[in-house]
Unconditional design. Structure first.
Length: 117
C-alpha cells in the first residue's frame, strides 16, 4: 500500500501555470497506475489525467487535453501534473491517486488550486 502526499497548489491568475507534485511512499511505486482527479465546490470528483505503470501511456479528460501534462519519475516515487493556460473553472481541490488492476484507489489529502479571473 502506498501513501500519497500532494503539493504545489496555490493561487494563480487565469492564463498562468502550476505544477502539482505527488510523492509516494513505498517500494512498489513503479507498479501503480497514477492519476490526478479534482473536485470543485459543489461538484463530484472528476478524472483529470492518468499515467500507466508499465509503458507510461497517458490519458486525459477533454478539459485537460492540450493544457495539462502528467508525468512520473519512478526513481523519485513522484508523479507530476503540469497545468498551463489555467482557467477559473480549473479551480478545485486536486487529488492524487494510485491503483492497480487488483487494488482500489489510494488517495492523497488533496491540494487546493485557485484560479482567479
Amino acid at each position: 500500500q502506498v501513501q500519497l502526499v500532494e503539493s504545489g497548489g496555490g493561487l494563480v491568475q487565469a492564463g498562468g501555470s502550476l505544477r502539482l507534485s505527488c510523492a509516494a511512499s513505498g517500494r512498489t511505486f513503479s507498479l501503480y497506475t497514477m492519476g490526478w482527479f479534482r473536485q470543485a465546490p459543489g461538484k463530484d470528483r472528476e478524472f483529470v489525467a492518468s499515467i500507466l505503470s508499465r509503458d507510461g501511456r497517458t490519458y486525459y479528460s477533454d478539459s485537460a487535453k492540450g493544457r495539462f501534462t502528467i508525468s512520473r519519475d519512478n526513481a523519485k516515487n513522484t508523479v507530476y501534473l503540469q497545468m498551463n493556460s489555467l482557467l477559473p473553472e480549473d479551480t478545485a481541490v486536486y487529488y492524487c491517486a494510485a491503483w492497480t488492476v487488483t487494488t482500489t484507489k489510494t488517495w492523497g489529502q488533496g491540494t487546493l488550486v485557485t484560479v482567479s479571473s
